[in-house]
Design a binder for this molecule. Structure first.
Ligand SMILES: [Zn+2]
Ligand SMILES: [Zn+2]
Length: 168
């Protein structure tokens, strides 16, 4: 494990995300390890979704040595601390993202691309929605369909097929 002075600064910083993590670690009697901070600092630099492999690659590329089990472990801690969320989209590897503003996921079932959209109308609806004997903490909406680039490709493929059919 490389000891990076930046990671020490990061761990002691007043950033609200770091503070929340420190409070969680202390409250659970866990150790404040350099590996955990290296993982958190990398996660904080990612916009949107990532897989464990992608996170590992980013950390490796920066010259940190973090084992896969430490990575999984820290990701689990962050989920428990309600700082990170796991998504398992149909037929895909688990993806993670930091808990930020609520958004809707548009998932292309052909190429697997996930697009995030903010829908103020839906958010207003959900904020006002009360369920019997249940307190909403957060929610997730997955919309499955076909992205425009896959739709274009399949249209072109179909047109080519039709041409072939006519030539027969
Ligand atoms: Zn697609
Ligand atoms: Zn998302």
């Amino acid at each position: 494990m490389r000891t990076d002075p930046n990671i020490e600064d990061f761990a002691a910083s007043n950033n609200p995300v770091v503070r929340k993590f420190n409070e969680f670690i202390d409250a659970h009697g866990l150790r404040r390890t350099t590996e955990r901070y290296a993982i958190l600092s990398h996660i904080m630099n990612i916009n949107g979704h990532f897989t464990i492999e992608e996170l590992q690659q980013l950390i490796d590329a920066d010259g940190f040595r973090v084992s896969r089990s430490t990575l999984y472990n820290t990701v689990e801690l962050l989920i428990e601390a309600k700082m990170l969320r796991r998504h398992v989209f149909e037929g895909m590897q688990a993806q993670y993202e930091r808990i930020t503003l609520p958004h809707t996921h548009l998932i292309c079932t052909t190429c697997g691309r996930v697009k995030e959209v903010r829908d103020p109308n839906f958010a207003a609806f959900m904020n006002a929605r009360r369920f019997n004997a249940f307190n909403t903490d957060h929610y997730s909406l997955y919309v499955y369909g076909t992205c425009s680039s896959c739709a274009r490709k399949s249209k072109r493929a179909k047109a080519a097929d039709d041409k072939k059919e006519k030539r027969k």
